[in-house]
Write a protein that binds this ligand. Structure first.
Ligand code: HEC
Length: 142
């Protein structure tokens, strides 16, 4: 008799802990869409100035500054040189960052590979708006 009470107790304990876990999972699922909606709302009201501000922030946060300075070539070409070539050749920075367009500024395979490592590594995780912001910031450097 004692034994079965113990077993019942264990089962009850097991069931309650499972129930709590489920509740947590459900809570998480409910929270996600709210976050997403907030993000979208935030992104919708952005004007072009906001894009440049966000792009500047991302350019630093995402370590682009390590290799790209406004005026001087560091590891990668300067932002001004990139802008010049993109203007001349009618290039699209967002397409390049998405990996949908070839490099047109520095086509040396070694250099392209360095930038490609960034595209494959973390640039692919950025949203369309974030890429547009990066491009807007780069274009704002005159
Ligand atoms: C580790 C160094 C490094 C980092 C970090 C880096 N780049 Fe580059 N980037 C390069 C090199 C080298 C090139 C030259 C090769 C080329 O043109 O693709 C380049 C080229 C570019 C070009 C010109 C591509 C073309 O058409 O030739 C753009 C635009 C660019 N980078 C944007 C960015 C942005 C935005 C970031 C941050 C998200 C970034 N880079 C981070 C090294 C880097």
């Amino acid at each position: 008799m004692k034994k079965s009470v113990l077993v019942l107790g264990l089962i009850a304990l097991f069931l309650t802990s499972c129930g709590e876990k489920k509740k947590e999972e459900v809570k998480k699922e409910v929270e996600t869409p709210v976050e997403t909606t907030k993000e979208v709302a935030k992104e919708k009201v952005m004007n072009s100035d906001d894009f440049v501000v966000l792009g500047k922030q991302l350019f630093t946060d995402k370590t682009c500054t390590t290799c790209h300075q406004a005026d001087a070539k560091v590891i990668g070409p300067s932002i001004k040189d990139i802008n010049k070539v993109y203007a001349e050749k009618g290039g699209n920075i967002v397409k390049f960052l998405k990996g949908e367009a070839e490099a047109i500024v520095d086509t040396d395979p070694g250099q392209v590979a360095i930038m490609k490592a960034n595209l494959d590594g973390f640039v692919k995780d950025l949203s369309g708006n974030e890429l547009a912001a990066l491009a807007a910031y780069m274009r704002s450097i005159k």
